[in-house]
Design a protein. Structure first.
Ligand code: ADP
Ligand code: MG
Length: 245
């Protein structure tokens, strides 16, 4: 039988800030071509988990593997397979769209001869071709996010992490971004870990992980979550699960 590859494996991660336990024994797996939504209220520990996966922070205990590579002892190999859109925008407002993308490509040592063509094509797909020489400062929030998404995919990663990517976006841009991710998953086989506190963004996930106060409270596809909570909607299930101690 065909066995799907595990793209991300997290085993028993614990993380303290001083005496505060921000992540308590987190284990999860994300397979190839899977969209996993990590759903949790503010302060649940979503960004902390992201900083551990990306190597920005060290876990106190536990291990993390990206495409089989340990994120601490094989960090370069592990990060090669990863694209990231952080919660806080990390795009230079004073550089143009083109400059931001080319700078990032060079930073990653990308030596693609037709890099400029690739960037133009990606901008066209996102309706941003006319903004190529505009400073990012004059772009809307939705447009900036799209540029960040294009940037995160320039090195063709196998897995994409998005930390609350829709915060601050209007409803249309929110739907647009989620649809883009679903398209990339279907067309390129990308694996995606998407965090949010907005339940509707989890509706189309292959797997939903509910995180609260540093603990995984529930994990599974939508029908499993509804079954666990004995509710009819994801919204009600989420509320019930996070309000249980
Ligand atoms: P989320 O992204 O789900 O909103 P975070 O991972 O940002 O949650 O934060 C989880 C908890 O850890 C929160 O209670 C937050 O206040 C705390 N926290 C986050 N970063 C730090 C830090 N650098 N020092 C101390 N506490 C922190
Ligand atoms: Mg966060």
């Amino acid at each position: 039988m065909f066995k799907e590859k595990t793209m991300l494996e997290i085993n028993n991660i614990k993380k303290h800030y001083g005496s505060f336990l921000a992540l308590n024994n987190i284990s999860l797996k994300l397979k190839e071509k899977e969209l996993v939504v990590l759903l949790g209220p503010n302060g649940a520990g979503k960004s902390t988990l992201f900083s551990i996966i990306t190597g920005l922070a060290r876990a106190d205990e536990g291990e993390c593997f990206i495409n089989g590579n340990n994120t601490v002892s094989q960090s370069i190999k592990a990060l090669k397979n990863l694209g990231v859109v952080f919660q806080q925008p990390t795009i230079d407002l004073e550089l143009t769209v083109k400059e931001n993308l080319l700078f990032h490509a060079r930073l990653h040592g990308l030596k693609i001869s037709n890099l400029y063509k690739t960037i133009k094509k990606e901008l066209e797909k996102n309706g941003l071709e006319k903004k190529i020489n505009n400073k990012v400062r004059i772009l809307s929030g939705g447009e900036r996010r799209k540029v960040e998404l294009i940037r995160s995919l320039l090195h063709n990663p196998k897995m994409l992490l998005l930390d609350e990517p829709t915060v601050g976006l209007d409803p249309a841009s929110r739907v647009d971004l989620l649809n883009k991710i679903l398209f990339l998953k279907a067309s390129k086989g990308l694996s995606v870990l998407w965090t949010t506190h907005l339940v509707d963004e989890a509706e189309k996930a292959d797997k939903i992980i509910i995180l609260n106060k540093g603990r995984i409270k529930a994990m599974g596809n939508k029908s499993k979550i509804l079954g666990l909570a004995k509710e009819r909607t994801l919204e009600k299930s989420f509320l019930k699960i996070v309000t249980e101690n």
